[in-house]
Design a protein. Structure first.
Length: 525
C-alpha cells in the first residue's frame, strides 16, 4: 500500500473483496471426473459456499459499511460550519436563520458508494461523495436536536439512533443547558462512542470553560470523551480556519484508519478466516487430483486411438474398402462384352462406359461411407475399452459415452462426400489425366482413380494404360486422403471422451486459482 494511502482504510473493504473473489472462484470450481473422493470434494465445495454465503460475506458486508458519524447538537451551534470546515468546502448551507439545516446531509468517500447504497438511512438524507471524507466513514450533518420544527427534532434523534459515532456540537454559552447532558446520558446508555465539540469559545474563557466541562464529564463517568474546543471566530461567513478543525479531522481519520480495519477483522472472528485456508487448500488439492487423473486418462485414450487409427489406415491400404460391392461391381461390368471391358480407346461404347462408371461411383461412395462409419465406431470402442481396462478410468469418465452426445463434424457421410470431391479436384487439376478424361469424362476419370486408390486391380490397370506411371502417384495421393479421413473419424468417434478431458476445469494449472486465493487469505490472518 502506498504511504499516501496509509491513513485510508482501503484494507477494510479489500477483505470483503478478497472473500468475494474467493467465493466467485470456489463457485466456478468443478470436478468433472468421477475419481475416488470426488463426492467428498463436491460436498466440501458446497459447504464452503454455504459458509461464505450464509455467514462470512453478510457479516463482512455489514462490517465494511462505512461507520456513520452524526454531527448533532443545539440549534445554530455551528454544526454545518464545522462539517464544511472539515471538508474545506461549503457542502452544507450554514446561516443565521434558525433552523438552517432541514434535511440531513450525508458525506462519504466516493469509494464507499457501493457499501452505502443498501443502507436504510440513504433514502432520508441528501448524499454527496467527496474525496475529503476519510474512507470508511460517512459524516452526517444533522438538523438541530432542539429545533422549533418537530420534523427536525425527529430526524435528528433518529439519526442519533442509527449512528456509530456522535459528534455533539454545542456552544460556550449553551453547554450548561439540559440538552447536551441528556444526549450524553443517552450515548452512555447505548454505549455509543462520542466526542464533544464546544464551539465559539471566547479566548479569555477558554481555560475556565474547559475546566468546568471536564469536571462535569468526569462527574458522569465520561472523562474519556474526546473534547474539542473551537475558538470563537468572531462574526464570519464561510469556513473556519483549517487549523481550528484539524484536531477533529485527525481524530476522525484515526477512527477510519487501520485501527478500525483491524477491529473489523477482529470482529469477523479471525478464527473463521483462518479455518477457510485449509478448506480452500483441500479444494485446490481435489482440483489437482482431477488434473492428474485427466493426464493419465488422456494418455490411455490417445494410445488406444493411435492404435485404432493405425488399424483403420491399414485396412484402407490393403484394399478392404473395395471388398464386396465395389470390386464385384467393377468386375461384373468388365467382362469382354461389358462397358468397362471393351477397349477404352474406341469411341464406340463411350456412353455406356460413362454410365457404368457412374454406377461404380455410387458404389464407391457408399463403400467409403461404410469404412468411415466403422472407423468412427472403432474410435468410440477403442476409447471405452482403454478406459475399462483401467477400472478407475472407466469410473472416472462414468456415463460419458452415453451421457454426452456430441455430433462431431464431419460426419462419416460428409467425410465420404468430401473425399470424392477431393479426388475429383486432384484429377481435374492434373494435365496427365487428359486422355482418361477424353475417354470417360471428368467424373468417370475421377471414379477410375478413386477405384484404383481403394484397391480395385482392374481400375489400376486402366489407369496405368491410359496415364502411364504417373497414375501411381495420383492413386497413392487419393488413397492417402482416404486414410487421413479414416484416421480423423477414429478420433471423432471418441469426441465425447476427448471433449470431457479437454474441459477447462482440467487444464494443467486449474488448481492455481484456488491456491492464489488461499495465499491472499493467509495475508489477512
Ligand atoms: N461568531 C461566530 N459565528 C459562527 C461561528 N461558527 C458558526 N458561526 C455562525 O453561526 C451561524 C450558524 O451556523 P451553522 O453552521 O448554520 O449552524 P448549525 O448548527 O448548522 O445550524 P442549524 O443547522 O440551523 O441547526 C452561521 O451564521 C455561522 O456563520 C463562530 O465560531 N463564531
Ligand atoms: Mg446546519
Amino acid at each position: 500500500m502506498a504511504a499516501a494511502d496509509a491513513d485510508r482504510p482501503v484494507a477494510k473493504s479489500s477483505l470483503l473483496d478478497a472473500v468475494s473473489d474467493l467465493r466467485r472462484d470456489v463457485a466456478a470450481t468443478d470436478f468433472p471426473l468421477e475419481i475416488p473422493e470426488v463426492e467428498l470434494a463436491r460436498a466440501r465445495r458446497s459447504a464452503l459456499l454455504d459458509q461464505l454465503d450464509d455467514h462470512l460475506l453478510p457479516r463482512l458486508r455489514e462490517l465494511s459499511a462505512p461507520g456513520l458519524v452524526v454531527v448533532a447538537g443545539s440549534t445554530g451551534a455551528g454544526k454545518s460550519t464545522i462539517v464544511n470546515s472539515l471538508l474545506r468546502e461549503e457542502v452544507s448551507p450554514s446561516g443565521v436563520l434558525r433552523p438552517t439545516t432541514r434535511r440531513p446531509m450525508l458525506l462519504h468517500h466516493p469509494a464507499d458508494a457501493d457499501l452505502l447504497a443498501a443502507h436504510p438511512l440513504i433514502a432520508d438524507v441528501d448524499v454527496l461523495a467527496r474525496d475529503a471524507v476519510p474512507r470508511g466513514l460517512a459524516i452526517i450533518d444533522a438538523p438541530d436536536l432542539d429545533s422549533l420544527l418537530a420534523t427536525n427534532r425527529t430526524a435528528a434523534h433518529r439519526l442519533l439512533e442509527a449512528a456509530d459515532l456522535w459528534i455533539f456540537v454545542t456552544t460556550a454559552s449553551r453547554y450548561g443547558d439540559a440538552l447536551p447532558w441528556q444526549v450524553l446520558d443517552r450515548a452512555a446508555q447505548r454505549r455509543t462512542s462520542m466526542a464533544m465539540v464546544l464551539n465559539r469559545v471566547p479566548a479569555e474563557a477558554l481555560v475556565a470553560v474547559r475546566g468546568d466541562l471536564l469536571a462535569r464529564l468526569r462527574e458522569r463517568g465520561m472523562g474519556s470523551v474526546p473534547l474539542f474546543l473551537v475558538h470563537d471566530a468572531g462574526p464570519h461567513e464561510g469556513l473556519l480556519p483549517a487549523a481550528t478543525v484539524t484536531p477533529i479531522l485527525r481524530w476522525l481519520t484515526v477512527l477510519a484508519g487501520s485501527d478500525r480495519a483491524q477491529s473489523v477483522i477482529a470482529r469477523t472472528q479471525r478464527g473463521s478466516l483462518a479455518s477457510l485456508q485449509p478448506w480452500v487448500e483441500e479444494l485446490a488439492d481435489a482440483v489437482q487430483a482431477q488434473v492428474d487423473a485427466r493426464v493419465e486418462l488422456a494418455e490411455l485414450v490417445e494410445v488406444a486411438l493411435a492404435r485404432a487409427a493405425e488399424r483403420a489406415g491399414r485396412s484402407v491400404r490393403t484394399g478392404a474398402v473395395a471388398d464386396g460391392p465395389v470390386r464385384n461391381g467393377w468386375a461384373s461390368r468388365a467382362g469382354t462384352r461389358g462397358p468397362l471391358g471393351r477397349s477404352w480407346r474406341a469411341r464406340r461404347g463411350q456412353a455406356q462406359r460413362t454410365g457404368a462408371l457412374l454406377a461404380v461411383a455410387a458404389e464407391l461412395s457408399q463403400a467409403a461411407k461404410v469404412s468411415l462409419t466403422s472407423a468412427r465406431q472403432a474410435g468410440e470402442r477403442a476409447a471405452l475399452i482403454a478406459l475399462e481396462c483401467d477400472a478407475a478410468g472407466a469410473r472416472a469418465l462414468g456415463e460419458v459415452a452415453t451421457g454426452r452426445e456430441i455430433v462431431a463434424q464431419p460426419t462419416p457421410e460428409e467425410a465420404a462426400a468430401e473425399w470424392i470431391r477431393g479426388t475429383q479436384a486432384r484429377v481435374a487439376g492434373d494435365p496427365t489425366v487428359a486422355r482418361l478424361v477424353r475417354q470417360s469424362g471428368a467424373e468417370g476419370a475421377a471414379t477410375v482413380i478413386a477405384a484404383a486408390a481403394v484397391g480395385v486391380g482392374a481400375a489400376r490397370v486402366v489407369a496405368q494404360q491410359t496415364i502411364g506411371d504417373l497414375a501411381r502417384g495420383l492413386t497413392i495421393a487419393c488413397a492417402a486422403d482416404l486414410e487421413t479421413a479414416v484416421a480423423e473419424q477414429v478420433r471423432l468417434g471418441a469426441a465425447n471422451v476427448r471433449d470431457l478431458l479437454a474441459s477447462e476445469h482440467l487444464v494443467d494449472d486449474a488448481a492455481s486459482v484456488l491456491r492464489l486465493r488461499r495465499a491472499v487469505l493467509k495475508g489477512w490472518t
